[in-house]
Design a protein around this ligand. Structure first.
Ligand SMILES: *Cc1c(COP(=O)(O)O)cnc(C)c1O
Length: 389
């Protein structure tokens, strides 16, 4: 390898790999042992201590992808998020969070924090003033998620990390939607980066995992809590995730390209009322997105014109699957009102700008012509059916 830092796809393919000294195989061997010889108390290996050979190897790769010093991987995105939050918050502390959060994260805050005596405030406006306004003397963490789900709103990462630094507060970001291909928040001053590896890092809709990246010092603070909470990832899944990440750059760049093409195409259709994609010039935060993202991601949302029923449209799609999760190589679509945001009240959805006809589209790696054809034929079918009644 050259003396300069390896480029993104080289990190994806090689960093952290375990050399197979015994048989000279081309890929990392998998170590499923839960029991290792005792050498020293400090270095005793055990899966729940996050230090099996495969865990350590994969953590090196994920840390390198996010330009951090160190990382930990977990059994789910929520395990990574909950463990990290509890590592930096205790009774009497306060956290400021963006309102538009992944549903599971919002549930964690709303259902668990009060019983541990942790105070929280949500910011509606997503402007820097909005966050500043909510700060209290006991605020310990600022938490953001950008692009957000499902309307792909953008928060200014550098402004937030600056605000946090100025006030001696730890800044955290859920970087799942962007993936490390499109956004590296540590370069923008963020302290801690979280991922649901179930999404783009896994990329094939067959792995549940999570990750956190930060400095050695902060990762050690998280580890001290993590070993007690016990949310580590099985080594078999660790090995699958290592394999998946080899193609992360290729997959996500292709998804960026497809999503931009589709967003532009959708925006031109008379049957489409609105398109939400940070890569479109019409997106209100396009300039911030351009400043902080290397690509605009594979997620977009859109609304069909009134009179074209969104759930009938979904049923008429032949190639694009209706599916709860996202970020796989296959294109999937869902209605936030019926699924991810079903537990919110109608008013809460309205406040977040989520209309009943909204569809969230996770763009895959298929040929864009085939995706366009599928959407066109489904719209035509629904319109024809509507005329028959
Ligand atoms: C899916 C998701 C999570 C939760 O991850 P799990 O792996 O399902 O626990 C957190 N944040 C975002 C943005 C997600 O999309």
């Amino acid at each position: 390898m050259n003396s300069k830092k390896p480029g993104f796809n080289t990190v994806c393919t090689h960093i952290g790999e375990i050399e197979d000294k015994q048989f000279k195989g081309a890929i990392s061997p998998i170590y499923l042992s839960t029991s290792y010889a005792f050498e020293e108390v400090d270095t005793k290996r055990y899966p729940r201590y996050f230090n099996t050979p495969n865990q350590e190897a994969l953590c090196k790769k994920i840390a390198a992808l996010e330009k951090g010093e160190s990382s930990l991987i977990f059994g789910s995105g929520m395990a990574a998020i909950s463990t990290t939050l509890f590592a930096f918050l205790q009774k009497g502390d306060h956290i400021v969070l963006q309102r538009t959060l992944y549903g599971g994260t919002a549930n964690l805050i709303n259902e668990e924090f009060e019983k541990y005596g942790i105070e929280f405030s949500y910011v509606d406006s997503q402007t820097i003033e909005g966050f500043e306004e909510k700060l209290q003397p006991n605020t310990k963490v600022i938490y953001i998620e950008t692009p957000s789900n499902p309307l792909l709103t953008i928060t200014d990462i550098k402004a937030i990390s600056g605000l946090a630094k100025k006030n001696g507060i730890v800044s955290m970001i859920d970087n799942t939607f962007a993936s490390p291909v499109n956004q590296n928040p540590i370069d923008l001053g963020i302290d801690i980066v979280l991922h649901s590896a179930t999404k783009y890092l896994g990329g094939h809709s067959d792995i549940l995992a999570g990750a956190v990246v930060s400095t050695h010092e902060k990762i050690d603070q998280i580890f001290q809590v993590a070993k007690n909470f016990g949310g580590s990832l099985s080594d078999f899944t660790v090995w699958m995730l290592e394999r998946s990440i080899k193609t992360l750059g290729l997959r996500v760049k292709r998804q960026n390209k497809n999503a931009l093409k589709l967003a532009k195409w959708l925006a031109k259709q008379d049957d489409v009322a609105a398109v939400y994609y940070p890569g479109l010039k019409s997106h209100p935060d396009h300039e911030i997105a351009k400043k902080q993202m290397n690509g605009f991601g594979g997620m977009l949302s859109f609304e069909l014109q009134e009179g074209i029923d969104a759930s009938k449209f979904q049923k008429e799609l032949k190639l694009i699957k209706s599916s709860m999760s996202l970020a796989g190589v296959e294109s999937t679509i869902l209605s936030p009102t019926l699924t991810s945001h079903a537990l919110l009240t109608e008013q809460e959805r309205k406040n977040q700008g989520i209309n009943d006809g909204l569809l969230r589209f996770s763009v895959g790696i298929e040929e864009k012509e085939d995706l366009i054809e599928d959407i066109s034929q489904a719209i035509q079918k629904v319109k024809t059916l509507a005329l028959q009644y």
